[in-house]
Design a protein around this ligand. Structure first.
Ligand code: HEM
Length: 188
């Protein structure tokens, strides 16, 4: 990896920094229904410089760590890490994530600059269990009992504010469940 100087992070540029938000809402599965968990969190995005794959693909790398706490008891109930990656030449954005349930995935998309009416940048990626490019890996237990079949994520970022929403499709407790999370964060 090269030193972190003058790296073009493209659409990831605005993410870099420490973000905090306390308007989080998690909708999670329960055997006989749904659990709603208001939460607060810190997401730290760190510059990772760039690297070259197979002497041809140059990726700009942003590492992140997301620590999420339940408002009801201040305990960490979601701890996620991974990388956001930007391929400037191919205009591809990627998001690899790992959670400590033995589930990881690589979401991605061809990127086209998109801004909302306030001028904030919109970033969207997705992964699917049958997607040849953007896939999901999980343990045999999770495959059998709490299978993640899809993931979509949308981030709006600009002027020191970020909003994200994500949907994780689960096959769990004999039904299909839309596990959703969203929050608004402010850059420190
Ligand atoms: C802010 C983000 C997230 C929060 C706060 C969160 C929180 C939760 C909670 C509270 C449960 C229920 C656990 C239980 O009842 O024991 C759950 C279940 C689950 N989550 Fe998440 N989650 C988040 C994101 C994700 C992501 C990104 C994935 C995977 C891509 C994921 C995969 C799962 C799976 C597979 C389960 C089923 C396990 C179970 O309920 O026993 N979650 N999550």
């Amino acid at each position: 990896m090269s030193e972190i100087t003058d790296i073009d992070y493209g659409p990831l540029t605005d993410l870099i920094g420490v973000w905090k938000g306390d308007k989080g809402m998690d909708i999670a599965p329960e055997p006989d229904g749904t659990e709603e968990n208001p939460y607060y969190e810190t997401i730290t995005y760190t510059e990772g410089g760039d690297l070259t794959n197979a002497e041809s693909q140059v990726l700009s790398v942003v590492h992140y760590r997301q620590i999420v706490k339940r408002k009801s008891n201040d305990e960490v109930f979601h701890d996620e890490t991974g990388y956001w990656l930007w391929d400037a030449r191919e205009q591809v954005i990627m998001h690899s994530l790992v959670i400590p349930r033995a589930v990881c995935l690589l979401a991605g998309a061809n990127y086209k600059e998109l801004r909302d009416k306030d001028g904030d940048l919109i970033i969207e990626v997705s992964a699917g269990i049958d997607d040849m490019d953007w896939g999901i890996i999980q343990s045999p237990f999770m495959k059998k009992n709490a299978r993640t079949t899809g993931f979509t994520q949308k981030i709006k970022v600009g002027k020191g504010k970020m909003f994200y929403s994500e949907t994780t499709m689960l096959d769990i407790y004999g039904r299909v469940f839309e596990h959703t999370d969203q929050n608004e964060l402010i850059k420190e």
